[in-house]
Ligand binder design. Structure first.
Ligand code: NAP
Length: 267
């Protein structure tokens, strides 16, 4: 049997982090090397996820945890404020980053790619690890070739820190690659309430809805003569992201530099 991939999880006691810990503990080809979080220092992460103790205690110091555990991969589901520093610490320690946390800028991703290549390692930054969401983005990019008038509405819980969502930005980028920049709407349009038309991207609009009770949804609406096309994805459970994270952890071991977007692994 091949050596197990040693996985550290940052944000291990958060909502996504706990699912990642469960996924790692449930896959014999992976070993949980470390669990890092701001809170719960010293607690057994197995107990925190509602299972038997697994012997991995929560550490609050990422660098110490990565070096002492001999981690191969760091999976990060923390916060937009913490993720950049975490990623740099990981790459400098020779640990491959798999980043699900949203909020990294294009420039930061390019810098991370450079740092990874200097170290001869690779990693993945993916704003969405769910297969249904990836297909939604692919279909939207395809539709944009034929129906260039488009708006995106994304829905998330009201405690989400960044807006628009990383998924909507990635969808917008993919749409923009498939259509000429086109400033939509009436050129004389005026907003009587500021921001009501949403964020402007490459001539079209992105709208971010934030409400309690919502998990993660996105609708891409195309308008043409006498017709509209709506492509919609709804996520209901964090476990739905884990098959994607599992594949990403394994792929990260073979990559050089940063791959952006999980869709690179889906034909
Ligand atoms: P969450 O429940 O708030 O979890 C974040 C965890 O990170 C918390 O336990 C937090 O600790 C911890 N943390 C904060 N700063 C840290 C640091 N410097 N080092 C280590 N741990 C730190 O959030 P979530 O719902 O799991 O979401 C996490 C991120 O994943 C968000 O950016 C979200 O948008 C993103 N996300 C991505 C995908 C995807 O498919 N890529 C899917 C869902 C969510 P405290 O509680 O003490 O602050």
């Amino acid at each position: 049997m091949n050596r197990q991939i040693r996985v550290a999880v940052a944000g291990a006691s958060g909502r996504m982090g706990k699912e990642v810990v469960k996924m790692v503990l449930g896959d014999e080809s992976l070993a949980l090397a470390a669990a890092i979080d701001r809170s719960h220092e010293g607690a057994d992460i197995g107990v925190l996820i509602g299972q038997a103790p697994c012997g991995v205690l929560v550490d609050t110091d990422l660098e110490r945890a990565l070096i002492s555990s001999g981690a191969d991969v760091l999976v990060d589901f923390t916060t937009p404020q913490a993720v950049w520093n975490n990623a740099v610490v990981a790459v400098r320690a020779g640990v491959r980053p798999v980043i699900g946390t949203t909020g990294l800028t294009k420039e930061q991703i390019a810098e991370l790619d450079k740092l990874c290549r200097e170290r001869g390692i690779g990693g993945i930054v993916a704003p969405n690890f769910s297969i249904g969401a990836i297909l939604m983005m692919k279909f939207a990019a395809q539709a944009a070739k034929y129906m260039p008038h488009v708006e995106i509405i994304e829905y998330h819980g009201d405690q989400k820190l960044d807006a628009p969502s990383g998924t909507s930005i990635l969808t917008a980028q993919k749409i923009a690659e498939n259509r000429q920049e086109l400033r939509q709407g009436n050129p004389n349009e005026e907003e009587t309430i500021e921001g009501v038309r949403g964020g402007y991207y490459n001539g079209f609009r992105i709208h971010s809805v934030r409400l309690p009770g919502v998990f993660a949804q996105q609708e891409v609406i195309f308008g043409g003569f006498g017709q509209t096309l709506k492509i919609r994805h709804d996520s209901y459970d964090r476990a739905g992201y884990m098959p994607g994270v599992n594949i990403a952890v394994k792929k990260a071991m073979e990559l050089q530099g940063i791959t952006y977007g999980f869709e690179s692994f889906i034909d």
